[in-house]
Ligand binder design. Sequence first.
Ligand SMILES: Cc1ncc(COP(=O)(O)O)c(C=O)c1O
Length: 414
Amino acid sequence: MTPSFSKDPYPVGLPRLDNAGWRAEYEKVYTPNYGTRRLAFVRGEGSWVWDAGGKRYLDFLTGISVCSLGHCHPRITRAIQEQAATLVHCSNLYYIPVQVELARLLVSHSFADRVFFGNSGAEANEAAIKIARRWMRENRGPGRHGIITLEESFHGRTLATLTATGQKKVQVNFDPLLEGFKYARFDDLDSVRAMADEHTGAVMVEPILGEGGIRPLSRAFVEGIRRLCDERGMLLIFDEVQTGLGRTGTLWGYEYYGVTPDIMTIAKSLGGGLAMGAMLCTDAVGQAFAPGSHGSTMGGNALTSAAAHAYVSELIEGNWPARAAETGQYLTQRLARAIEPSRLVREIRGRGLMIGVELTEGAPDVLLACEEAGLLVNVTASQTVRLLPPLNTTREEVDQAVDILSAAILKQEV
Ligand SMILES: Cc1ncc(COP(=O)(O)O)c(C=O)c1O
């Protein structure tokens, strides 16, 4: 049956296949690194997306926190359309005015003085690792290239960033890994202190472990690693690829702690849905890059910078981080009440609209039941249902999501 859409879902002209049809085509041509999925999406608007069969879903995952102001936000769409018709790309061999404006916007609203743009979170972390190594080399001498990260952390899929990632499963058969990384226990200051030696140059953490199960670091730990870095002359790197840009109810995840890093990485929603990542740092650290020491052909090109400028401007002018904090509180309270009777629920945790519901078992089945009922969420760290809704989702949408999710969880008990 041909699905009906109010808007053509294939503006560029594609075959009219259903979900299973797209899966069959995909499996013939794509490397099998993502595993099997059931749905193909063809259209989005606000908090909603439509699959290839024409079914509508409430999107409480937003492409893993990428479409953070909902799908096809009018201000971002307009910026992309206008810039696409003006200048898409000319490379970093030239100045790109909209990129400079975006950098100005980011530094004027953060601890940072300097920005480097890449195309993904992994690339932002590569830049952070590289600049930290160079800074240590130039300011502390050779041999201090080591970086301490946390067990269960996630920093990306390139060789350096999968080495930084404290999860064996992403490292399997990619050895030899990069030299110099150590993994401290989660939220355990003594563990970091014990590992920091004469070779250690930096400590790199996510304020809330995202792929590691939505696990927030404590204030005492974050204050402690800042102090330790200062005492030992090490750099502190916050990977805010998932926590940054309003997701946790403040513009930056670090604001909750009252602690600033020397280097911060961001990506995900930064490009308003287009591929973009950035490394932000203090002026002192930024001086470690010299002409030729790092670069990217596409990083911060005119099109992505225009989309990002529209997105970040809307985030700030609309006060969306603070509004997301209120919506997050509403969601968490409603959800806690609705699933309180379930013996499957171990904990609801998170900050702002980065929320995890840890179950004792059955999370993959809960995800399937949610999909059936028209709600998109996902599962991290095997039993944590992760919610990353649009920061501008409405209370009515939150009510609908809570009804679907709680019913899916309660259904597992029978
Ligand atoms: C905290 C964190 N860092 C880095 C990355 C890697 O980002 P990307 O997939 O854009 O390379 C992710 C992706 O999920 C992430 O959550």
